[in-house]
Design a protein around this ligand. Sequence first.
Ligand SMILES: Cc1cc2nc3c(=O)[nH]c(=O)nc-3n(C[C@H](O)[C@H](O)[C@H](O)COP(=O)(O)OP(=O)(O)OC[C@H]3O[C@@H](n4cnc5c(N)ncnc54)[C@H](O)[C@@H]3O)c2cc1C
Length: 430
Amino acid sequence: MKKVNNLILGAGISGLAAAQCLYEKNQEFVIVEQNDYIGGLCASYNIDGFIFDYFVHFSFTANELVRGYFDVVPYNSHVPNPYNYYHGLWIKHPAQNNLFPLDEREKAEILKGIKNRNKYSDVWSDNYENWLRYQFGDYFAEHFSLAYTRKYWAEDAKNMETSWIGNRIYQPSLDEIRYGMENSDTPVTFYAKEMRYPISGGFNNFLKPIIHSESICLGEKVAKIDIINKIVYTNNEVYEYNNLFSSIPLPELLNICDSVNSDESLRQAIMDLHWTGGYIVSLGFKGINPREDLWDYVYDDDIFVSRYYSPSSMSCQSVPDGCYSLQAEIYTKDGTDSYDEDDLLNSVINQLDRMGVVRKSELVVKDIRFVKYCNIVFDHKIYQNRNLIINYLSSNSVIPIGRFGEWEYYWSDQSFISGYLAAKNLLNCD
Ligand SMILES: Cc1cc2nc3c(=O)[nH]c(=O)nc-3n(C[C@H](O)[C@H](O)[C@H](O)COP(=O)(O)OP(=O)(O)OC[C@H]3O[C@@H](n4cnc5c(N)ncnc54)[C@H](O)[C@@H]3O)c2cc1C
């Protein structure tokens, strides 16, 4: 058995940031990570000279602490320019104030829906579906937002609450909606104005300044946590710890924590958590990118892909000379991996080819992989369930960190801050 003062579970950005803070304060730590690579969702991988990420990742943080580390890495700066694919049309993002490409019938239907939206004025906060109907009217909600919710969140909007929305969804005035129906020269209203991406090495390169490889044990999956006796068992080692930071997704506690299983209300709370898993399809092509958007959204429900992006548009160094690349995201409910990977891969290639965003004849690299935890879903019971679980962990001296440890809609910078501040608070220093 190894004795460690600070044990960190997971070498994603939150675990690395906790370690970084401890490192700066000359504290010892060990990180155990189940994968054979560092970075979690912020990792990148190289296939035949094509560099890919796990789902689209840019940094748009304004946080000075995080920028202090990220900005050491040379990066490209992009203005967001996404489009929405809707029944063969390309509509600038966000669609609600960029409806110029639609025909007059659909524009009239949308305006009619907006005119009648006050019928939701008393119920808009009850659930995400009502919120969408109140914001955008029935027609837009049904044809755009509700359809996209089923693809991206793998959930019906009526089963989701609304407090996560914040500035993530643009809420234009009626004048802006009308203007966007009549004109194509609308301003950028995306919630971030600058998207940063490393010049080389993929998104993972932003993490380089905070990686202390000598203290990271790769390929070590936590198999059991004995919270009472402060012991962690991995497939390779047994650790006795003083302080435990965990970025392991909360639902995994059912598999690794006996004391959680013996408490029925806790067990039920964990079983009631919802999230999405996702397939990431990675494609490399020899030729010229037919559509150089950084990323786009796909609304049609007969197309698997929710969103795709082009690593080669983010940095030309992410592909060999004369090549381009594209990655596509497909989400599933609660991390189920029910698709046959080869079938899905081939269907996605054919669909992207038909959409005109790639040329199948130029394909030189193809890959598909599944990630069990992507986005947490804000169902109606998320807060009560999460509080119960986090309180239990905290009362047993486990410090939850990161997107899945805290079960929060964190971007990479927020996950960084979560880990860093948790360590800083523990050391009680400023
Ligand atoms: C689709 C998508 C797009 C995103 N886009 C952006 C973006 O553009 N910009 C941005 O800033 N953020 C983005 N994010 C958010 C960002 O990816 C996360 O905030 C961040 O990566 C979470 O880091 P983390 O350390 O909390 O979790 P993770 O990265 O999941 O790290 C947790 C680590 O714990 C390990 N682990 C789990 N179980 C065990 C176990 N039993 N034993 C050992 N190790 C274990 C995992 O392997 C993993 O490495 C996006 C996320 C998604 C899903």
